[in-house]
Design a protein around this ligand. Structure first.
Ligand code: FNR
Ligand code: LAC
Length: 371
């Protein structure tokens, strides 16, 4: 905290944003943000998956205006991207989650906020004003605490509960271990001292490993939670058609195809690789979103062409926050929107509805050239 504020200066091209802030954060926080699980195979896979799709633009398609507007869970929004939930914004910039909430509301995009936010969900809601906000839920060791979080989110005007399914326990994360930042009860969170992060690891007990806190959960948790709130549920962290079907059977309104930005099961498939199968399984029964490795306007375009309704942005929002607080987050969202609009115009697509499967083709196999 307390780094120089660059909000008045030039905003870097999107490909330089990460590099431009790498030395502004304490190394332990930087490795927490940048790092993934294990040796970061999945972090890399999320990015390289986008490079296996090419765009097939149409020309002279009469594009006079480009409209990025769409609806997410019924709410009108100004872009098909949203801010993915990430923990501890107060470790990055004093503007923290309220600043991110203000920037998102001004841009007309959905923002999701973590159970592990530095500010309380009520403070974030006040800053977000009329903005559409989603609350990301980590199931708590005690159900009474889970219930209270959900009730508070509903009361504070959050429009959905994003329940994260891919963190029964935090993964082994080499870079984080090297950097020395630990996700545990020692990092202050705004939602109250009784709110716990997921258990950090399994601990050895004789020849077995046990979790530090109860993590046994099955799909019935969705039924149990629907008795607590009338808010729709979005299940975050699905990578298979099988789990997608279960989410829909248990009345989820949406799913986020995600591997937690490569921070959980290292070696898990890229989000983009899982997207087509999940979209095929769900049909029109729920909204399908994607996060993981979305960096450019064309990444948004590819994801939407493959059936995502919207995409989530994780690390880039944190880079923007580190760059210059809330004003830089606003500039980042504007830059991504402008880039998407430009890509749509160049591809001959006037609206989100016109981004169809015909826009993308697999990149031809890079095998040995045929004689
Ligand atoms: C996350 N993510 C995350 N997800 C979640 O459900 N609850 C959380 O508290 C957090 N915290 C968190 C912290 C940090 C520093 C990062 C980078 C990520 C995961 C996040 O919502 C999203 O799935 C990924 O970040 C998307 O990948 P990209 O955009 O970072 O590549
Ligand atoms: C993380 C947890 C907090 O990925 O979601 O760091």
């Amino acid at each position: 905290v307390g780094m120089s504020d660059d909000s008045e200066g030039e905003f870097p091209p999107l490909s330089d944003l990460e590099r431009s802030v790498a030395d502004r954060l304490p190394p332990r926080i930087w490795s927490y943000i940048a790092g993934g699980a294990g040796e970061e195979r999945t972090v890399e896979a999320n990015r390289s998956a986008f490079r296996r799709w090419a765009l097939k633009p149409r020309v002279w398609a009469n594009v006079t205006t480009v409209d990025l507007g769409t609806r997410l869970l019924g709410a009108p929004v100004e872009a098909p991207f949203f801010i993915a939930p990430t923990a501890y914004h107060g470790e990055i910039h004093p503007d923290a989650e309220p600043g991110v909430a203000r920037a998102a509301a001004a841009a007309g995009v959905v923002a999701a906020f973590s159970t592990l936010s530095s500010a309380s969900l009520e403070t974030i809601a006040a800053a977000s004003g009329g903005g559409v906000r989603w609350f990301q839920l980590y199931l708590q060791p005690r159900f009474s605490v889970t219930r209270s979080l959900v009730e508070r989110a509903e009361h504070a005007g959050y429009a959905a509960i994003v329940i994260t399914a891919d963190v029964p326990v935090l993964a082994v994360r080499d870079r984080q271990a090297r950097g020395g930042f630990a996700i545990d009860g020692s990092v202050p969170v705004g939602n109250g001292a009784d709110v716990m992060p997921p258990p950090r690891a399994s601990e050895r007990e004789g020849s077995r490993y046990r979790l530090r806190a109860p993590a046994e959960t099955d799909w019935d948790i969705l039924d149990r939670l629907s008795g607590v709130t009338r808010l729709p549920f979005v299940v975050k962290g699905v990578l298979s058609a099988e789990d997608e079907r279960l989410a829909v059977e248990h009345a989820a309104a949406g799913v986020i195809v995600s591997n937690h930005g490569g921070r959980q099961l290292d070696g898990a498939r890229a989000s983009l690789d899982a997207l087509p199968e999940v979209v095929a399984a769900v049909g029109e029964r729920a909204e399908v979103y994607l996060d993981g490795g979305v960096r450019r306007g064309i990444d948004v375009l590819i994801s939407l062409a493959l059936g995502a309704r919207a995409v989530g942005l994780g690390r880039p929002v944190l880079w923007a926050l580190a760059h210059g607080g809330a004003p830089s987050v606003a500039r980042y969202l504007a830059a991504l929107g402008a880039e998407l609009a430009s890509a749509m115009e160049l591809a001959g697509r006037r609206s989100i509805a016109e981004i169809d499967r015909a826009l993308v083709v697999p990149v031809p196999d890079q095998g040995p050239a045929s004689p």
